[in-house]
Write a protein that binds this ligand. Structure first.
Ligand SMILES: *[C@@H]1O[C@H](CO)[C@@H](O)[C@H](O)[C@H]1NC(C)=O
Ligand SMILES: *[C@@H]1O[C@H](CO)[C@@H](O)[C@H](O)[C@H]1NC(C)=O
Ligand SMILES: *[C@@H]1O[C@H](CO)[C@@H](O)[C@H](O)[C@H]1NC(C)=O
Ligand SMILES: *[C@@H]1O[C@H](CO)[C@@H](O)[C@H](O)[C@H]1NC(C)=O
Ligand SMILES: *[C@@H]1O[C@H](CO)[C@@H](O)[C@H](O)[C@H]1NC(C)=O
Ligand SMILES: *[C@@H]1O[C@H](CO)[C@@H](O)[C@H](O)[C@H]1NC(C)=O
Length: 390
């Protein structure tokens, strides 16, 4: 069966079921970043920023004290919504309440950053989705940081990053070390870096990534978590009676068990927006790092590597150059950012000022952003770090 046929069937199945299943649930759609902010009573301004290679990104600002800008960066397959989706108990709201000028960035390809000056994400698929977290680090981050510093007339900002949101900063700061001067501190939550000790089942996907790469290429599929995938996810998770529980179980099995990440219907809120699009190339890049045991640039194969990098192997990111103050906050039951990877990260970065677990057990990879009680446990820690290391 071809992929096109599969897409068609899944769309039909979706349309058939949607009426009877999904619309029954009044929480059918989740408000966007700005409407959540506005519902909570905050002004929210969406800024459109164009990178040097033509991607058009959305950067949200909830204005506060202009001398204290904070930049939030989400992780893999996610968007800035992750930091506000918990409503008045969201991390972003705790930081807004503390008076900071809050900026929430978006990586290329996601729900808020799908535009490009010349390419169409739905038509020019091979060219548009030809990026990994490397390009996010070298293009998307400087564009957003420079924009914020210009708007606020400040020399530096603070950063809070979740998951792959940290990897992109390590790329930026090792590639353009002058950006270390512009960041203080960099607070990483469950950072993704070496990715060598990611646990099953994601570990298994990583191991078979070379096979998946061939399949994706044959199917001409460059976008990950595209519209068809979203329809599938929404259909599966809204099937009664156990769709919600099933999706909850899948997410917990990938990120680690936790007591209450999705309790009380929060799974529906999450499923209605997550995961969001990224590129297949981005996931392959993570898998390459993991399988080669090197936190390095994208591996194009030895011939192209020689032409591109002057070496058969892609160059490793030089974490010695990441010398701004970094805080590493970990969860004790995080299958995607496990302790072994963070030990290596801590040993590679020259200026780790805080390296500790968040005091809650069990806590998984998603709890940093989605955990119900984080406003009591994690947010006060973050506010203290911001005060202390700014
Ligand atoms: C803004 O923050 C700066 C630095 O923390 C502080 O000195 C100033 O009083 C704050 N301004 C307002 C209006 O709160
Ligand atoms: C969040 O809002 C709800 C409903 O308005 C309120 O009951 C609750 O106390 C608020 N929580 C916090 C932490 O502000
Ligand atoms: C993708 O990017 C690589 C590296 O910049 C380039 O060599 C290749 O031609 C690009 N592929 C497409 C389809 O644009
Ligand atoms: C800063 O912003 C001003 C006005 O918005 C603009 O004219 C100027 O070119 C910007 N400077 C840089 C370095 O981007
Ligand atoms: C980081 O390294 C640069 C270049 O070596 C140096 O100028 C700067 O002072 C260092 N910053 C810190 C915080 O150590
Ligand atoms: C983190 O790294 C520092 C510097 O290399 C080292 O002194 C410290 O023991 C490390 N902490 C842990 C828990 O490994």
């Amino acid at each position: 069966m071809s992929f096109k046929t599969l897409k068609l069937i899944s769309a039909l199945v979706f349309l058939t079921f949607k009426r009877g299943v999904a619309t029954e649930d009044s929480s059918g759609t989740v408000p966007s970043f700005s409407s959540i902010a506005e519902t909570l009573g905050y002004d929210c301004v969406a800024h459109r920023i164009t990178t040097k290679d033509g991607y058009i990104l959305t950067l949200f600002n909830i204005p506060g004290n202009k001398t204290r800008p904070i930049f939030f960066m989400h992780g893999f397959g996610d968007s800035s919504r992750t930091f506000i989706v918990r409503g008045n108990t969201s991390m972003l709201v705790s930081v807004v309440k503390a008076g900071y000028d809050v900026w929430a960035g978006n990586m290329r390809g996601n729900e808020y950053s799908r535009d490009h000056v010349t390419l169409n994400a739905d038509i020019d698929v091979a060219a548009y989705w030809n990026f990994s977290y490397h390009e996010v680090g070298v293009y998307d981050l400087p564009a957003q940081i420079d924009y914020i510093l210009n708007k606020t007339q400040q020399n530096r900002l603070s950063v809070i990053s979740h998951s792959q949101g940290s990897a992109v900063f390590f790329v930026l700061l090792s590639t353009y070390p002058e950006y270390n001067e512009k960041i203080r501190p960099l607070i990483t939550l469950g950072p993704l870096s070496y990715a060598q000790n990611i646990r099953p089942p994601v570990r298994l996907l990583i191991l078979i990534a070379p096979v998946l790469e061939v399949i994706f290429k044959a199917l001409n599929q460059y976008e990950l978590f595209d519209r068809t995938t979203r329809l599938f996810v929404e259909l599966l998770c809204s099937l009664r009676p156990f769709g919600g529980e099933l999706c909850e179980a899948i997410l917990l099995s990938t990120a680690g068990q936790s007591d209450d990440t999705f309790k009380g219907g929060f799974i529906r809120t999450v499923i209605n927006y997550y995961p969001v699009s990224t590129s297949v190339k981005n996931s392959l890049h993570v898998a390459q790092n993991s399988n080669s045991r090197r936190f390095a640039q994208y591996d194009y194969g030895s011939a192209t590597n020689i032409a591109r990098y002057g070496n058969t192997l892609p160059p490793a990111y030089d974490l010695d150059k990441v010398n701004c103050s970094v805080a590493i906050l970990m969860a004790n039951n995080d299958k995607l950012s496990p302790i072994e990877d963070n030990v290596m990260l801590n040993n590679s970065l020259p200026n780790v000022v805080v390296y500790e677990f968040v005091e809650r057990s069990p806590m998984n990879h998603y709890d940093f952003v989605w955990g119900e009680d984080m406003y009591l446990i994690l947010h006060p820690v973050i506010l203290k770090l911001l005060e202390r290391y700014q």
